[in-house]
Design a protein around this ligand. Sequence first.
Ligand code: NAI
Ligand code: F6P
Length: 379
Amino acid sequence: MVGTVTEVLHAADDGARLLELIASEDVTVVTLTVTEKGYRRDPSGGALALEDPLVRADLAGAPAPATVVGQLAAGLRARLRASGAPLSVVSCDNMAANGAVLRRLVRDFVAASAWDERDRLLDWLTGSVAFPATVVDRIVPATTDADRETAARALGVADEGAVTGEPFTQWVLQDIFATDRPHWEEAGARFVADVAPYQSAKLRLLNGAHSLIAYRGLAEGCETVADVLATPWGEAAVRAYCAEAAQSLPPAEGLDLAGYIDSLVVRFANPAMHHRIRQIAMDGSLKIPERWLAPLRELRAAGRDTPELVSALAAWARVTRDHPLDDPEAEALRRAWDARPPRDALRRLLGLLGAEDLADDTSLVTSVAAELHPAARTR
Ligand SMILES: NC(=O)C1=CN([C@@H]2O[C@H](COP(=O)(O)OP(=O)(O)OC[C@H]3O[C@@H](n4cnc5c(N)ncnc54)[C@H](O)[C@@H]3O)[C@@H](O)[C@H]2O)C=CC1
Ligand SMILES: O=P(O)(O)OC[C@H]1O[C@](O)(CO)[C@@H](O)[C@@H]1O
């Protein structure tokens, strides 16, 4: 039993209680793990997607906000009305600069609202609400029935909240909380001034390699990350990808990139982790920009070759063409392949990733298209 969990709510059904809790002075920290989808960002610029139907409904004053940002903004308004006590809102989602992203989205929502206290709320957000950036690095795959059965056998009781986690754990937080914060460092968390080096290393190496494994593995009939690592090509593909992506990472004190890459190979190969590659492949249109496109742009701008990232993009493109997709853009991704020749389909796919600049990069598009050709080498 996790004794610190005293109440469990479903935000969609218990909206009033959620707002009451965000407004309560007893609450000093709100954390979020709602996946990239939960943020409803405009793919091109990172602003709140004001045209999204649910965001529009929340802004129009739907009785209970349905989006995460709408719920947070309404809760923060209630808090300002109740006491104005400072609060820290901590995104634990897998996005670069997740704190700044969330702060911007909440501010975008408030600024677009017709609320009377809109300007006062924006001022209060600036002075009293902190949005620290964080990086959570621990592989915890979606729980399966088999995991629940294992937990029930081990515990002697059924635990619907059981999760399976690997031995490795890392939680790095930006130390800019609005009030006294919990002493999470006593349980191993690290508080630092700047999480960006940790965030980029994790997104570009761990998550970037995961996505590569997912799209290449799907095409080859694998089911889990460990299955891919057990193939003759799995470890070499991870190492080659990481060696290339790591060139985009500046050296940072306390970060041993070579050691991290070695540890990834061991973590990915752990046969006890049934981390399904379909789970990782899900929502590629939201995950790929963070994981691959940021290093791709930086490396190309520095004049470096990017064969591994090109190959990764080709693996994703092949999956969008040949496999069923679980992605908010699934239909548009599939329709991109109505374009001929494949270079035009690739341009459309890159456009759907919000990467018009890369879609206009003829040399990149030609390289990815060459990898799609049946005669291209298989790696
Ligand atoms: N599981 C892991 O190993 C780690 C997960 N994370 C991050 O934590 C976040 C959640 O991951 P998990 O807990 O594994 O996933 P999960 O699938 O168990 O939980 C996702 C939660 O997000 C909610 N959600 C999904 N779409 C939403 C939407 N459009 N609007 C509002 N809420 C939505 C779901 O209802 C669910 O409660 C992700 O961003 C992930 O990158 C970070 C590090 C480790
Ligand atoms: O979004 P994905 O690739 O399914 O990953 C889920 C989570 O597992 C991890 O890769 C493990 O740390 C997280 O970074 C990620 O958020």
